[in-house]
Write a protein that binds this ligand. Structure first.
Ligand SMILES: [Cu+2]
Length: 148
């Protein structure tokens, strides 16, 4: 009985180690947060600062709250704020690439339920560098009512 418990603990530890090894050590994510949404609101936005050791590109994002995440840019054009979907977001090496309100952001569509302040959203970010090397980073972002 004890052996069986020990075995499952070890198996779990092994799974966690494998999980961790997928995390790209060359990518660091900070200042990550998601804006809380109102009841009935099906679209949300997520922000973070991504720093990569090498030139890299963010090519895909998955989240725990929706299957539909897009990378958006936002800019002022003739006095009007415009959002545009990007196929990928180029990341310059050793530079904090900021996704902030009014700039680049992750758009979360078809939310299954409102994003409540105090809860969190987990993300898996997929990267591809210029050598074609894929890497992943996972992050858990707090849901906040206001920009921190
Ligand atoms: Cu957007």
């Amino acid at each position: 009985m004890l052996n069986k418990t020990l075995y499952s603990v070890l198996a779990m530890a092994a799974v966690m180690l494998i999980g961790c090894s997928k995390q790209a050590p060359e990518i660091n994510i900070t200042d990550n947060w998601v804006r809380a949404t109102a009841e009935g609101q099906e679209v949300g936005a997520a922000y973070m600062t991504i720093t990569s050791v090498t030139d890299n590109s963010l090519i895909k994002v998955e989240s725990s709250v929706t299957d539909s995440v897009e990378i958006h840019s936002m800019s002022m054009e003739n006095g009007v704020m415009k959002m545009r979907m990007l196929d990928q977001l180029a990341l310059k090496a050793n530079t904090p690439n900021k996704l902030t309100p009014g700039g680049f952001h992750l758009m979360l569509f078809d939310l299954r339920k409102p994003l409540k302040a105090g809860e969190s959203v987990s993300f898996t970010l997929h990267f591809k560098n210029q050598a074609g090397k894929d890497s992943l980073a996972t992050v858990s972002s707090p849901i906040l009512a206001e920009q921190p």
